[in-house]
Write a protein that binds this ligand. Structure first.
Ligand code: ATP
Ligand code: MG
Ligand code: MG
Ligand code: MG
Length: 564
């Protein structure tokens, strides 16, 4: 491409709101222009880069067996009401109304839309596993849009969604996506790190973020110096166990029970770490004996374990499996020598304890062991938000280092949250209805352009990794209007390089050499070839890599081969 025909939009201005190098350089190099807060136009040069990032992402998604589709950006409110996120997502969700006063939103993400498609199209387990992806515009009404396309309101995301019959299949796909992401960011020439992550508004269990490491990153990452442990410090919010609902007072008489039993021996007997014994409830059984119900608070799945206390008179009579199923909506996971273990969901746990107690020991009396609860240590939480470099790591190995990162990818094992809420089901091998389990996988395609610049620039401008450079070669012709030799040699070189499949930006403007060199350095094209009368006298061109400070002369006839 010739700069006389396809003008550059380089500028020397430093916009006041451009805090980050990447933001400033994207404006100065003429990659983007601001329309309004968080809204950007991609100029031709910038769009070439964006398309290159997209191409790498698309190729690796295709290689990983995902199928590309394209969903509407505008989504009906009803779907978000079904999933429960219409209210929950908050102000980030841009809500709009059509001429019939029907409510819609501009999609910030597409779990609802893809699950709607899945519930209509997927009928049998034979169609699973399946994975779709799209590269598409999202809108999030961010509180503080800033740093240009890094935190925009309208941005390009690659989002993929997979559906599975079972957890093993989901875990397999998750691992495949993890690998595909690793290949993508490596091909893009980025230094990055995968870290354990919070699942945020999307929900689900396992989750990893991919961060481009850069001082300007908004996220702090806690990385162990000796083990593989690495986590986003936001994770602390997820580790904090959800507080149980108070036990309904109507069915309980709360009395302090002076008991000699110590919490440590109970935790040992029930095989629950002390710090996970969130609540202990003592129940008087019909025979006058004492039963301790311990609510164990783990990350997401909480459980209740029961034990007969020493000194209780009669053997325990545990409720039947049917009774438990009725009270808890699920079956006991195990009935062991000590008691039974019942998995319940966190926010139902406390109420379930009370239900269990009522159902199991009717018409007994119920007490909360208030004194015990006070004695128990606070649940242990690795509040990574307050960690400092040098702290021990949560996995028991090494010391933490704090680095900063830009979140460019995020993968989640979602589970059945959306398929269940939207009623998606398929028939399993036995012809029974089954709810598929789901994964979702995002990449900030437009953010990646800014992140790459953040990692690859110097005081003179951008230094593109070759995979996403808008052009490979900057061909700079000096004094062309007055020199027919320079014009002819440049034209010949331009044709030869183009024919060799090398993308060339030919700076054929009538401008001072200094202006042209500065522009090419700002734009960051890796290879620069200068054609001038002086060099042509020696049958040479001048070559310099964007990272080098010295130029070298290369014979005119050898330069195409040299650049190949
Ligand atoms: P962040 O923590 O930066 O707000 P997020 O966790 O809200 O990002 P996800 O929901 O995980 O974002 O979306 C997938 C990817 O989309 C992110 O990893 C990020 O690269 C990109 N992304 C999210 N928000 C923006 C934004 N406002 N502008 C540009 N890219 C974004
Ligand atoms: Mg966000
Ligand atoms: Mg995030
Ligand atoms: Mg995220």
């Amino acid at each position: 491409m010739r700069t006389t025909k396809h003008p550059l939009f380089t500028s020397k201005e430093t916009p006041a709101d451009a805090e980050l190098a990447s933001h400033k350089l994207m404006l100065q190099a003429g990659l983007i222009r601001r329309l309004a807060s968080g809204l950007y136009t991609w100029l031709p040069l910038g769009l070439r880069v964006l398309r290159k990032v997209e191409a790498v992402v698309r190729e690796e998604m295709d290689n990983a067996g995902a199928q590309e589709l394209l969903m509407p950006a505008v989504q009906p409110a009803e779907l978000w009401q079904e999933s429960g996120r219409w209210g929950q997502y908050g102000k980030l969700l841009l809500k709009i109304k059509d001429r019939h006063e029907r409510e819609f939103c501009f999609g910030p993400t597409h779990e609802e839309v893809i699950t709607d498609l899945a519930r209509r199209e997927l009928k049998s387990y034979k169609q699973l596993p399946i994975c779709f992806y799209q590269i598409q515009t999202k809108f999030r009404d961010e509180t503080r849009p800033r740093f240009g396309v890094m935190r925009a309101r309208e941005f390009v995301m690659k989002d993929a969604y997979s559906f599975h019959s079972d957890q093993e299949s989901l875990a397999e796909r998750y691992a495949a996506m993890y690998d595909a992401y690793t290949r993508i960011f490596t091909r893009l020439g980025l230094t990055f790190r995968a870290v354990q992550a919070d699942t945020g508004d999307i929900g689900g269990s396992a989750s990893h973020e991919f961060h481009v490491l850069a001082d300007a990153g908004e996220d702090a990452l806690a990385v162990s110096d000796t083990s593989d442990y690495a986590a986003n410090v936001e994770l602390a919010e997820a580790v904090q166990p959800a507080a149980p609902r108070p036990v309904p007072s109507a069915s309980l008489t709360a009395v302090d029970v002076p008991t000699q039993e110590d919490p440590a021996s109970l935790s040992q007997a029930l095989d629950i770490p002390l710090q996970q014994c969130l609540k202990t409830i003592l129940i008087e059984a019909e025979d006058g004996g004492l039963i301790a119900l311990v609510l164990r608070a783990d990350h997401e799945l909480n459980e209740v374990k029961a034990a007969k206390l020493a000194g209780a008179a009669a053997p325990l009579r545990f409720p039947s499996a049917d009774r438990i199923r009725e009270a808890f909506g699920c079956s006991p996971a195990s009935v062991g020598p000590i008691g039974l273990s019942i998995p319940v969901i966190a926010d139902r746990a406390a109420a379930a304890v009370a239900d269990f107690a009522c159902g199991a020991n009717r018409p007994g009396q119920y007490w909360t062991g208030a004194n015990w609860q006070r004695d128990l240590p606070e649940p242990e939480v690795h509040d990574l938000r307050n960690v400092v470099a040098g702290d021990a790591s949560p996995d028991g190995h090494g010391r933490l280092q704090i680095t900063r990162g830009i979140e460019v990818g995020h993968i989640f094992q979602l589970g059945q949250k959306y398929t269940e809420a939207l009623g998606a089901s398929v028939l399993d091998e036995q012809g029974r209805s089954q709810i598929p389990t789901m994964g979702c996988y995002g990449i900030g395609v437009s953010r990646l352009v800014a992140a790459a610049i953040e990692q690859h620039h110097d005081e003179r401008g951008i230094i593109w990794p070759s995979a996403i450079s808008p052009f490979q070669v900057a061909l700079v012709s000096l004094n062309m209007a007055k020199s027919p030799q320079v014009a002819a040699a440049s034209e010949q070189l331009y044709q030869q390089l183009t024919a060799a499949g090398i993308e060339v930006l030919w700076d054929d403007r009538e401008a001072r050499p200094g202006v042209k060199f500065a522009d090419m350095e700002l734009i960051g094209i890796p290879h620069r070839v200068v054609v001038s009368d002086r060099n042509l006298e020696n049958n040479c061109v001048e070559y310099r890599h964007r990272r080098d400070s010295n130029s070298q002369n290369v014979p005119f006839d050898a330069i195409v081969e040299f650049l190949r």
